[in-house]
Design a protein around this ligand. Structure first.
Ligand SMILES: C[S@@+](CC[C@H](N)C(=O)[O-])C[C@H]1O[C@@H](n2cnc3c(N)ncnc32)[C@H](O)[C@@H]1O
Length: 248
């Protein structure tokens, strides 16, 4: 990555601050989140009306309305996922056989894909535009070498003069009524982003991404989603496919 522009790393305090509940033993660690969150000391996680955060000895977790148990991002799951992943569809689509390429994960979510690539040796920049998701992700990604987590709309990142070998795009798929329930992480992401004003046009995003990609742009899609023109090849899994657009 050529570092010619400074990228924003964290959000301003949101207009409606994120509620963060913490246990007394975590009082000191909780202060690190004061910039973006309203802090509340509690004995145990409370039922919430809006998505909130909870910090205890196990780390930071998400509390969602209607869910009794806090949801945690687990490094263990990523380790499990990364075993054999070098030969998997994601790594093949990103061209990891060519080496440890630098990656911009432009729609990072909980970072499952981006951090898997980081575990495989790639320096990864993760970009997320939802403040609560960003707070969870930047906390989770702290233990990963060679990663940075940015708070911004990826269109801004893709319009600067930074470049990466691979730009990876996984914007939220529109919900389909017939679909089986997605995994728990994706259900949470869907809920957390339901109010986001999405004006992104995938064709435009791919064009912007191609301006910043030295090697390729990889787009994660559901198997039956339409193909955006210009794709060079596809790698298909059981439920998703990766469309690859090579840099000129
Ligand atoms: C389907 S999820 C990504 C899941 C991710 N690949 C993972 O492994 O966890 C899409 C995420 O992209 C974020 N997003 C969508 N459009 C974005 C944009 N224009 N800029 C930054 N983030 C965006 C959403 O807030 C959401 O968290």
């Amino acid at each position: 990555m050529e570092n010619t522009t400074k990228m924003r790393t964290s959000p301003e305090r949101p207009e409606v601050p994120i509620v963060l509940m913490y246990t007394a033993e975590q009082r000191e660690q909780a202060m690190a989140f004061e910039l973006w969150c309203d802090l509340h000391e509690v004995d145990a996680p409370r039922q919430v009306d809006v998505p909130s955060l909870y910090l205890d000895y196990q780390g930071l977790a998400l509390c969602s309305p209607g869910n009794k148990r806090p949801f945690r991002l687990a490094e263990q799951n990523l380790h499990r996922r990364s075993v054999g992943a070098r030969k998997g569809e994601l790594a093949r689509a990103c061209g990891l056989n060519q080496g440890d390429l630098s990656v911009l994960d432009a729609c990072a979510g909980f970072g499952t894909d981006g951090l898997t690539l980081s575990m495989l040796g790639c320096p990864v920049t993760l970009v997320e535009r939802e403040p609560l998701i960003w707070v969870l992700l930047q906390d989770f990604a702290r233990s990963f070498d060679n990663t940075q987590v940015m708070f911004m709309d990826c269109k801004e990142a893709l319009s600067g003069d930074l470049t990466w070998d691979v730009v990876y795009l996984d914007p939220m798929f529109p919900e389909r009524k017939k679909n089986a329930l997605p995994n728990q992480a994706l259900q949470h992401l869907r809920y957390l982003t339901q109010d986001a004003q999405d004006t992104s046009d995938l064709t435009e995003l791919i064009q912007l991404a191609l301006n910043c990609a030295n090697n390729r742009v990889v787009v994660k899609r559901r198997l039956k989603d339409p193909v955006v023109e210009g794709v060079n090849f596809q790698i298909k899994g059981k439920t998703v496919r990766f469309d690859v657009y090579l840099a000129k």
